[in-house]
Design a protein around this ligand. Structure first.
Ligand code: NDP
Ligand code: MG
Ligand code: MG
Length: 341
């Protein structure tokens, strides 16, 4: 079984005795910086010149520095810029200022697993990866709860990297929910697989195909939207509460029988083979290379796909319907509907 950590397994004073630089103040960055601060940890935020995040961090009373200054000032560096910019940022602003005894932290193993970042000797390399979006990491912490975290140590130069990683995990509230011990390789490969095959790629495509089949057969798009997208949350909530079994317990016998006979017909064994091929391209590095090469070229493929996704008819139908359902609020104030990211 997996090795789990809870609040009692970690000593908060370890991270309280260090100086932490959180690099980036986006989804994860703002959550880590604020949770660390509220846990009594000395934290500064590292941002590039002219950063659009600067004001937000300063409004919270956080000290903001350039990335290089933040690294020089600190002995634990948590790198929370987007994965595709980490390599360049690391080479130019971080690596030159890392000293033996420092620790380099990540929330996703991408750049270490695929060798885009190779830290120097004498530096602890660890991961505390919340299993949830950054805005939830902050909201749950503020409410006295936490989002579960994966914890890994890639390089234990000090011999104390595990204590440090667990302490950091506790400080952001992760050990209230529970930490699971993993490795950079396992976290990276399973995270990429989960988001591609099931959570994001698989679920989005399933919803879009369902919507297309109904509307192309002449049914009203509003009905198709409710059936294929809106109700999904209710089903997933039941799964979170009590597994697939509770979902099947709650739905009608008609729906449950349909689940058994039509689920495997829609998601047939061929889909499992496709998932295995997706996993193979994650493990062999092809996906990582495709993503980074595209980013390095100015992201032409990414931007084309993003535009194509935004233009799918389900988005127009959804926008109109959500406008009528006043109780569906977008609680993340920095999310702008129809915006790129
Ligand atoms: P975001 O896209 O939200 O990060 C944006 C932040 O990075 C902003 O403060 C931005 O500042 C800064 N930034 C962007 N480009 C640069 C640059 N070239 N140089 C310096 N700073 C830059 O990142 P996420 O929070 O989504 O992801 C951070 C890490 O956390 C990744 O490793 C990701 O895989 C991991 N992760 C993310 C999760 C999530 O919830 N999103 C969940 C679990 C892990 P500016 O205003 O200057 O652009
Ligand atoms: Mg991910
Ligand atoms: Mg129904």
């Amino acid at each position: 079984p997996a090795e789990m950590f809870y609040d009692d397994d970690a000593d908060l004073s370890v991270i309280q005795g260090r100086k932490v630089a959180v690099i980036g103040y986006g989804s994860q960055g703002h959550a880590h910086a604020l949770n660390l601060r509220d846990s009594g940890v000395q934290v500064v935020v590292g941002l590039r010149e002219g950063s659009s995040s600067r004001e937000k961090a300063e409004n919270e009373g956080l000290q903001v520095m350039t990335v290089a200054e933040a690294v020089q000032h600190s002995d634990v560096v948590m790198l929370l810029a987007p994965d595709q910019v980490q390599r360049g940022l690391y080479a130019e602003e971080i690596q030159p200022h890392l000293k033996p005894g420092n620790a380099l932290f990540f929330s996703h193993g991408f750049n270490i697993r695929f060798d885009y970042i190779v830290p120097p000797e004498g530096v602890d390399v660890a991961m505390v990866a919340p299993k949830g979006p950054g805005h939830l990491v902050r909201r749950e912490y503020a409410d006295g709860r936490g989002v579960p975290v994966l914890v890994a140590v890639e390089v234990d130069a000090s011999g104390k990297a595990w204590d440090l990683a667990k302490s950091y995990a506790k400080a952001i509230g992760g050990l209230r929910a529970g930490g699971i011990r993993t490795t950079f390789t396992e976290e990276t490969e399973t995270d990429l697989f989960g988001e591609q095959a099931v959570l994001c790629g698989g679920a989005s495509q399933l919803v879009m195909y369902g919507f297309e089949v109904l509307t192309e057969a002449g049914y009203q798009p509003e009905i198709a939207y409710f059936e294929c997208l809106h109700e999904l949350k209710l089903i997933v909530d039941l799964m979170i509460e009590g597994g697939i079994a509770k979902q099947r317990w709650s739905i009608s016998d008609t729906a449950e029988f349909g689940d058994y006979v039509s689920g495997p017909r829609v998601i047939d064994p061929h889909v499992k083979e496709n998932m295995q091929a997706v996993l193979a391209d994650i493990v062999n590095g092809k996906f990582a290379q495709r993503f980074i090469d595209d980013q390095d070229a100015g992201a032409p493929e990414f931007n084309r796909l993003r535009k194509q996704g935004a233009e799918h008819p389900i988005e127009a139908t959804g926008k109109q319907l959500r406008g009528l359902m006043s109780w569906i609020k977008d609680s993340d104030s920095d999310y702008v509907e129809g915006s790129a990211s």
